[in-house]
Design a protein around this ligand. Structure first.
Ligand SMILES: [Cu+2]
Length: 536
């Protein structure tokens, strides 16, 4: 327990102290923005004339002095920006109506969170606005808005912003930033590109840690269009892992799961399949604020675990796969999946039939498709910043080395995202996974966070997991702790892509029985990362 506490403290320090130092720099910048010619103390009130919509909105501004006396003739400067995406900052003109009242027309070009800031001299006031998603699919459009812009940012499972939807059919906090590039519309299809590509070099450290160059990638093409009063979507996802990383994958100390040449992979992260998702979805409102949906395909992600590590905003910048992957989100590539679900704005309940066998060693070819396993998941988003999920699954004979040995899996996760000043974000996830086999349980915990500061990011992840499948060590159940932390400095952004240089370190805690075999490992790595920037 004590060692857990020590690790949790170290994680907290890495997550909070490190980012805060840079956050202060941001605060200083804000101060310079608001400084200006002083006209004496003023009090600003901002109000929208009607609920915010996609399109033109009228903003009412009143300016008073300290004693409440109206201040006509003030110079009011407005800044309007979308906080979940980098769409630039607009400065709409302000009309002086006399008597200390002013107005401006503000154009919210899409649904989601916006921030309006007014500055008069040394006084300023911020108004945070949630622009609702347009009416569902193909129906009555907002006046003057072309249909294209309306549906393009809408989720596939219901009438909310796409930012609420994670991998498969999982949910994120709706305030999460989106890293994607909107592609030209193809016929009636809205197309988006997501995912990432990295070039890495890492040394896992210690006696058993390998060092080598490798690459991680997960390009994803998503499409959607309104059909018959509902939303039709598809996802195509791939990975170049098998091309760059061979049969063994990349060094990831204490990682376990899947095989190469019939031998269990230990201390390596297995490569992902070249084709890792081919799915379609359809959701339709069924009245009473509810939507029903179906999702499935030859390869995809069942409703088990939460959003996978490479798609969580809190984890997508972290270059090593979690060593808790096979306790939480390892079923994200299942050869055969069908999910049925029901949701409202805050709840989602789903059930899946899927193939519980882990992908085979041939990462280039499709696997046999089956629906031999089942799972159910409940998700609750009580606010735009929070998302909770719990899931339970039955996995039929998941491991090829242990045919006929079934597993059950119980998972739970809490995800939190907060939009900070100047378009920064802080995303945090904590999760729990339990693999249940005959006669024994095996548990895993993780907590991770990424702080997005301008185009840079700082990340940390702590994991605690029971491993009994380490090889070349005395047989036993070992509790492994791993703390990984680092950051990415953005080098350049072009054509909607951010290219950054990252570095990280990983440290471990494990029973002394393993010391003769693992030594005192410290993992060090550097990498180049390319992914779409925030927004389009
Ligand atoms: Cu995986």
């Amino acid at each position: 327990m004590n060692s857990k506490l020590a690790w949790a403290t170290a994680t907290f320090a890495a997550l909070v102290v490190f980012p805060c130092a840079t956050a202060l720099a941001g605060v200083c910048d804000l101060a310079t923005v608001t400084a200006g010619p002083s006209i004496g103390p003023a009090k600003l009130t901002l109000k929208l004339a009607a609920p915010a919509i996609v399109g033109h909105n009228t903003l009412q501004i009143s300016v008073r002095d300290d004693s409440g006396k109206p201040q006509p003739g003030a110079k009011v400067i407005l800044s309007v920006l979308m906080t979940s995406m980098d769409m630039g900052t607009a400065h709409p003109p302000v009309k002086d109506l006399g008597g200390g009242e002013y107005s401006a027309t503000i154009d919210f070009s899409m649904a989601g969170p916006w921030r309006v800031k007014a500055v008069v001299g040394s006084a300023s006031q911020v108004l945070d606005v949630k622009v609702g998603a347009p009416m569902p699919m193909g129906g009555q459009g907002m006046e003057g808005m072309p249909n294209m812009q309306m549906s393009s940012m809408q989720g596939r499972l219901g009438p909310w912003s796409m930012s609420k939807e994670g991998s498969g059919t999982s949910w994120l906090p709706e305030s999460s930033p989106m890293f994607m590039k909107m592609l030209p519309k193809s016929g009636r299809w809205d197309l988006d590109l997501m995912g990432f590509f990295t070039l890495n070099y890492s040394d896992s450290g210690g006696k058993r840690g390998d060092s080598r160059f490798y690459s991680n990638s997960m390009p994803m093409l998503m499409g959607m269009r309104g059909v018959g009063g509902g939303m039709l979507g598809f996802s195509l996802m791939g990975s170049l892992d098998p091309i760059f990383n061979g049969e063994f994958g990349y060094p990831d100390l204490f990682q376990t799961g899947e095989t190469a040449y019939g031998i269990p992979l230990v201390d390596y992260q297995h490569p992902h399949d070249l084709i890792s998702e081919v799915t379609a979805s359809y959701s339709h409102p069924i009245g009473g604020g509810l939507n029903a949906f179906v999702y499935g395909g030859p390869v995809g992600e069942p409703a088990l675990g939460g959003p996978t590590f490479a798609h969580r905003v809190s984890g997508m910048e972290i270059p090593e796969a979690p060593i808790t992957h096979h306790w939480f989100d390892s079923t994200h590539i299942s050869w055969g999946v069908v999910t049925l679900g029901l949701n409202s704005n805050t709840w989602q309940i789903e059930g899946s039939a899927f193939n519980g066998h882990e992908p085979d060693e041939n990462r280039f070819s499709p696997d046999p498709i089956g629906l031999n396993s089942a799972s159910a998941r409940l998700t609750y988003d009580p606010s735009t910043d929070l998302s909770f999920n719990v899931s339970y699954g039955y996995l039929n004979s998941p491991e090829s080395k242990e045919p006929g040995v079934d597993q059950h899996r119980l998972t739970g996760a809490a995800l939190w995202n907060r939009q900070l000043a100047a378009g920064d974000d802080l995303a945090v996830t904590a999760g729990f996974g339990r693999n249940i086999m005959v006669g024994k349980n095996s548990d895993a915990l993780f907590a991770e966070a990424t702080y997005y500061h301008r185009k840079d990011s700082f990340f940390a992840r702590w994991e605690n997991v029971d491993k009994d499948e380490l090889v070349g060590v005395p047989a036993g159940d070992y509790t492994i702790n791993k703390l990984l932390f680092g950051g990415i400095k953005n080098l350049t952004s072009r054509d909607g892509f951010d290219i950054g240089l990252g570095a990280y370190a990983g440290v471990y805690g494990f029973p002394s029985t393993l010391k003769p075999f693992y030594g005192n490992p410290v993992t060090l790595g550097v990498f180049l990362r390319i992914r779409p920037g925030k927004g389009m």
